[in-house]
Design a binder for this molecule. Structure first.
Ligand code: VGL
Ligand code: ZN
Length: 203
């Protein structure tokens, strides 16, 4: 069983959103074309309560995009984004939702960030995604969406450490910055994650 895991295709991560990933909207048609090639399609939503600790606005005097230590973990300070129920948190209508069997929400703990679809950044709590995928007989997870250097990266890393075969569909992702995109790819390749282009999946 193969699963396509579609990460955080929400207005706030797309051009015009508060934490826009460059060209994030360019991958939507490709993601729709890819979906029928998989046994199962699952999506995630970054879903923060207002005033979330990953927001720079929750740390007066700290600079936007700077990195602090919070609860013993490195924490980058983001613009307010994906606030629960806000328009920016909605999945983009350009993404075909009909084949998506489940949507896993993450980042709901007000004090702790969660880049990965599987665990919060401290690996303190599971989202239940691993158990769900295993119960559905999934052995191979393909990851696509946003952002290549944060939520796609951490989701692929956790999927691998949870024992799944993992592939990142590289041209079906976009990232925030070239240096962190490259570092994420190098680390995932070293951990046994495969990288392919969408044309290889569609062939
Ligand atoms: C993400 C930063 C903060 C992501 C989520 O979806 O990659 N990045 N929250
Ligand atoms: Zn977030």
């Amino acid at each position: 069983m193969t699963c396509l895991l579609l990460i955080d295709l929400q207005f706030d991560f797309l051009p015009g959103g508060s934490l826009a990933v460059p060209e994030g909207d360019a991958i939507l048609p490709l993601l729709n074309e890819l979906q029928p090639r998989f046994d199962l399609v699952v999506a995630t939503q970054d879903w923060h309560p207002a005033g979330h600790r990953s927001f720079a606005s929750a740390h007066p005097g700290r600079e936007l995009f700077s990195e602090i230590t919070w609860q013993g973990l490195p924490q980058r300070l983001w613009p307010d984004h994906c606030v629960q129920g806000s328009p920016g948190a909605a999945l983009h209508p350009g993404l075909d939702l009909n084949r998506i069997e489940a949507i896993f929400r993450k980042g709901t703990d007000p004090e702790l960030d969660s880049y990965s679809a599987f665990f919060d950044n401290g690996h303190r709590r599971t989202t239940g995604l691993s158990a769900y995928l295993r119960a559905r007989g999934v052995t191979e997870v393909f990851v696509a969406g946003l952002a290549a250097d944060y939520c796609v990266y951490f989701s692929a890393k956790d999927a691998r450490s949870e024992g799944f075969e993992v592939t990142v569909i590289e041209d079906a992702t976009r990232g925030i910055a070239p240096d962190t995109i490259a570092a994420a790819k190098a680390d995932l390749l070293a951990k046994g994650v495969r990288y392919v282009q969408a044309s290889e999946v569609l062939a």
